[in-house]
Design a protein around this ligand. Structure first.
Ligand code: TRP
Ligand code: SF4
Length: 400
């Protein structure tokens, strides 16, 4: 049975903050219990924007992975690795580049957006234009079913799907394909083979999605098929070619969005962050000095939580009872702002305590992190190599 893999990456461009935790890592920690999950340090992606600052990238790699481990990413469940240590990503990127139209990359919204936003960096580079295609290679090389990402990344997953579709269309047609399908089906036994062809007909002639699902399951549960045969059988169900690269789906993070201390997006460049493992005294001070509804000049002035960034924190951290207490107390000037902030301070510190604790052994012994990543790279590479073997073969690079 082919397991549905999850793949996601994060760029090492600085230490992580609670926005990363609520926006991504919390979700990763859940996914690792549900799917074989591959989480990697996207160091090449970091260099597309930070190519003049290699020190930042290098230093951030280790801290970032400690932050992941602190957040509960568990190396006994998920595979953690570094993109550049699996150079097959670059090979697939190069091969996909041959047939990817320039317009597809120029039209990706992040291309122009980021160039405008990061105007102090020269992003009129070939590498930056290719960013989403490198991301497509990251995903396709593991034949991932799901890619957990934030909303801004959805167009990249969409591009990944188009690249996969085009690739399969171009290279999935092999001589004698139908005969190979028949031979593969035979390996399932005659009863199941018959059912397989009947289900395909039902899907192709009547558009019966249920039949397609059943047929896929039939192929998936078959233990004795090679991966080539499996792809032929799956590809033949929907069309007339072999599926070499799998189209993934984006998994939108149901982000309980945590804004920054000032209510804007939490981001290092705005200086409004709380570090994932920041010490308690500093966190307490930051929250106690957060801006509040400007209408509350004096303690006796009533306020409106909707106009206050502290309320956004309550939405993430507080239960209904506390939220009701804030709403009533703020609007009636029944509570002061420091009083209102205390439950947030307590909740943030309570969230961070286990993270700091989990991180400690990795801070004390960095070889643990090195070893986790080395193991992860080996596992990732084994899968990446297998995909590349097939990609090379259909692109005429097998030379046997
Ligand atoms: N582009 C992603 C980001 O900026 C990082 C990334 C690189 C990624 N490769 C990926 C995410 C593959 C998911 C899958 O957040
Ligand atoms: Fe904000 Fe709370 Fe002060 Fe109201 S009482 S302004 S919600 S901090």
């Amino acid at each position: 049975m082919i397991e549905e893999r999850v793949v996601s990456g994060m760029r090492p461009t600085g230490t992580l903050h609670l926005g990363h935790y609520h926006g991504a890592l919390k979700n990763w920690a859940r996914l690792q219990t549900e799917y074989p999950s591959f989480f990697f340090v996207a160091d090449w992606h970091a260099l597309t924007t930070h190519y003049t600052e290699p020190d930042i990238v290098e230093a951030s790699v280790w801290d970032m992975v400690i932050d992941w481990l602190a957040a509960g990413i568990d190396p006994s469940q998920a595979t953690l690795f570094i993109q550049s240590r699996v150079p097959e990503h670059a090979e697939l990127f190069t091969l996909l580049a041959m047939s990817t139209p320039l317009g597809w990359l120029e039209r990706v919204p992040t291309y122009k957006d980021q160039q405008e936003k990061l105007a102090d960096r020269d992003l009129a580079t070939y590498g930056f234009l290719g960013y989403p295609l490198l991301q497509a290679a990251d995903i396709l090389i593991y034949r991932a079913a799901y890619v957990p990402v934030g909303e801004d990344q959805v167009p990249h997953v969409e591009l990944t799907r188009e690249v996969a579709r085009r690739f399969n269309h171009m290279y999935g047609r092999e001589p004698g394909f139908e005969d190979k399908v028949k031979a593969a089906a035979k390996k399932m036994g005659s009863r199941k083979a018959k059912l397989y062809f009947e289900l395909r007909t039902r899907f192709q002639e009547q558009g019966d999605e249920g039949a397609l699902e059943t047929a896929r399951a039939l192929v998936d549960e078959q233990q004795n098929l090679t991966s080539g045969d499996r792809e032929r059988l799956l590809g033949y169900l929907e069309g007339s070619g072999r599926i070499i690269l799998v189209e993934p789906d984006a998994l939108l993070t149901e982000a309980s969005r945590l804004p920054g201390l000032d209510g804007a997006k939490m981001s290092k460049s705005y200086g409004n962050t709380i570090g994932l493992r920041e010490d308690a005294a500093s966190v307490t001070k930051k929250i106690r000095t957060m801006p509040t509804d400007p209408a509350r000049v004096k303690r006796s002035d009533p306020g409106d939580p909707e106009k206050c960034p502290v309320w956004q924190f309550h939405l993430v951290y507080s239960d209904d009872k506390t939220k009701k207490w804030v709403q009533e107390g703020c609007r009636s000037a029944g509570i002061g702002c420091l009083e209102c902030k205390q439950p947030v301070v307590d909740a943030v510190l309570a969230e961070q305590a286990p993270m700091r604790e989990r991180a400690q052994k990795y801070v004390d012994d960095p070889t643990l992190v090195r070893n986790i990543l080395a193991d992860g790279c080996d596992k990732a590479r084994a899968i990446a190599r297998e995909t590349m073997r097939e990609v090379r073969e259909v692109m005429g690079l097998a030379y046997t």
